[in-house]
Design a binder for this molecule. Structure first.
Ligand code: 13P
Length: 251
């Protein structure tokens, strides 16, 4: 039976000082979080080493916000899977909509990054999701389907036995406009049934997170939906109390 997973994507926020306050705050409230719910933080890569130290001995797991598609070499500004693995990262986000839309990462590049994470022994959190105009044009399943197909084509279904998918409708990210539980559930069910068409087992076991303006007040009704197995949290992951409330909704 799949568990729940709540991951905080700090994006490009934090400082040495704020990290310490945030991690200590999360640590102190962890007893309110079910053992069934994994708790992950994804700091900017420069802080991974520090957060690794601060989380030692706790159940907080670490994730990176991206990973290079290559293993080493002349790729200025990039970070390799082997490097983040050395600092104890269990997860790496790939294909976040900010990477796709601001930095023009294509479905094919995201698939290569997904593969690179797995080569390094890291569980990819593959982000998928549609823009507002794509939803309004009725193309949500098409877009999300294509984003999944690129990874399936490169890596095959078996790669999803050790992966997480986060559905993040772009129009809900950082806007305060959450997808309703029914809207989110509809896309989650689509993702699960698409995978089930290839492997029922993998589809049943994969964790499907929802992301986009999740907060302490709306997490419970989202996470109660059949195919929503936790969340990928942006803004609300920057305050320990709010993040813990969301984690506590992961029952
Ligand atoms: P917000 O929770 O700030 O909307 O961000 C969601 C997100 O992009 C997480 O990856």
């Amino acid at each position: 039976m799949r568990g729940m997973l709540v991951a905080g994507n700090w994006k490009m926020n934090a400082s040495l000082q704020s990290i310490e306050t945030l991690i200590n705050g999360i640590k102190q409230g962890l007893e309110s979080v079910s053992e069934n719910c994994g708790v992950v933080v994804c700091p900017p890569s420069i802080y991974i080493s520090k957060v690794n130290e601060l989380t030692q001995g706790s159940r907080i797991l670490l994730g990176a916000q991206n990973v290079c598609e290559e293993d080493k070499g002349a790729f200025t500004g990039e970070v390799a899977g082997t490097m983040i693995k050395e600092f104890n990262c269990t997860y790496a986000i790939v294909g976040h909509s900010e990477r796709r839309n601001i930095y023009r990462e294509t479905d094919e590049l995201v698939a290569k990054r997904f593969a690179a994470a797995r080569r390094a022994g890291i569980i990819p959190i593959l982000c998928v999701g549609e823009l507002l105009e794509e939803r309004e044009a009725g193309n949500t399943e098409d877009i999300v389907g294509k984003q999944l197909d690129a990874v399936l084509a490169l890596e095959g279904i078996d790669a999803f036995a050790d992966a997480v998918i986060a559905y993040e409708p772009v129009w809900a990210i950082g806007t305060g406009k959450t997808a309703t539980p029914d809207q989110a559930q509809e896309v989650h069910a689509f993702i699960r049934s698409k995978l089930a068409g290839i492997s029922k087992d993998i589809a049943n076991n994969i964790i499907l997170q929802y992301g986009g303006s999740v907060n302490g007040a709306n997490a419970e009704e989202l996470f109660a939906m059949e195919d929503i197995d936790g969340g990928l949290i942006g803004g609300a992951a920057l305050k320990a109390e709010e993040f813990l409330k969301i984690c506590a909704a992961g029952k």
